[in-house]
Ligand binder design. Structure first.
Ligand SMILES: Cc1cc2nc3c(=O)[nH]c(=O)nc-3n(C[C@H](O)[C@H](O)[C@H](O)COP(=O)(O)O)c2cc1C
Length: 181
C-alpha cells in the first residue's frame, strides 16, 4: 500500500517540474549553517531524477551555498493546498559547477533568468536602491544543487483518516511506514 503512495509522491513532484502552475514548482528549502539558525527560502524545483534526487538552481555566492558547505543536510517542503498534501524531504545537498552539468541546465533558463546569476556583487549585499545593481557580461555564478533524499514524509489530510507515511531510503529502495498523522 505504501508503494502506491510513493508512486503518488514521485508523480506529484514530477508535475512540479513539468506542469505549468503546479504548486510543487515552488518549495521551501531549509538549511542550517554554523550559526545554528534554520534559514528558509522559496526555490524553484527544476528537475527530479528517477532515484528521486531533486535539482534547483542558485547563485554560488548565496547564503544557502555557504550553509550547504557548512552542513550538507537540508530539507525541502512542498505544499499542494487544493489536495491538502504536504511532502517533506530530508536529504544531502551537492553543489555542481562542472561545465557539462552547467551547460545542460543553462539551456533551461530564459535570458532574463540567466541575468540573476551575474550580479557584480554577491546576493544579499546592501545597495542604495533597487536600481543600483550592475551585471557582469563575461561571468556568472550559476550553479546547480542536487538534493539526494534519505527521508521523505507524506501527509494527506482527508476523511475518514488523514494519511501520514514516512519513507526511508534503503539502498536503491524505499521502506514506507504509516505514522499517526
Ligand atoms: C517565487 C520565488 C522563486 C524563487 N526561486 C529561487 C530559486 O530557484 N533559486 C534561488 O536561489 N532563489 C530563488 N528565490 C529567491 C530565494 O527565495 C532567496 O530569497 C534567495 O535565493 C536568497 O536566499 P539565501 O540568502 O538564503 O541564499 C525565489 C524566490 C521566490 C519569491
Amino acid at each position: 500500500m505504501t508503494t502506491k503512495i510513493l508512486k503518488e509522491v514521485k508523480a506529484e513532484l514530477l508535475k512540479g517540474v513539468t506542469e505549468k502552475g503546479h504548486p510543487f514548482r515552488y518549495c521551501i528549502l531549509a538549511t542550517i549553517g554554523l550559526e545554528n539558525i534554520p534559514r528558509q527560502r522559496t526555490i524553484v524545483l527544476r528537475e527530479l531524477g528517477d532515484d528521486l534526487h531533486l535539482n534547483f538552481y542558485t547563485d554560488l555566492r548565496s547564503k544557502k551555498i555557504i550553509h550547504i558547505h557548512e552542513n550538507k543536510k537540508v530539507s525541502l517542503l512542498f505544499l499542494h493546498p487544493e489536495k491538502l498534501l504536504q511532502i517533506r524531504v530530508e536529504g544531502l545537498a551537492k553543489i555542481h559547477r562542472d561545465h557539462t552539468t552547467l551547460d545542460k541546465h543553462r539551456k533551461n533558463l530564459q535570458a532574463i533568468n540567466k541575468k540573476n546569476f551575474t550580479t557584480s556583487v554577491a546576493p544579499g549585499t546592501i545597495i542604495a536602491n533597487p536600481n543600483a545593481v550592475d551585471y557582469l557580461k563575461e561571468a556568472d555564478y550559476f550553479c546547480v544543487v542536487e538534493v539526494n533524499p534519505f527521508k521523505i514524509e507524506y501527509l494527506k489530510l482527508e476523511h475518514p483518516n488523514h494519511i501520514r507515511v514516512r519513507f526511508a531510503r534503503e539502498g536503491a529502495d524505499w521502506a514506507g511506514e504509516y505514522l499517526v498523522p
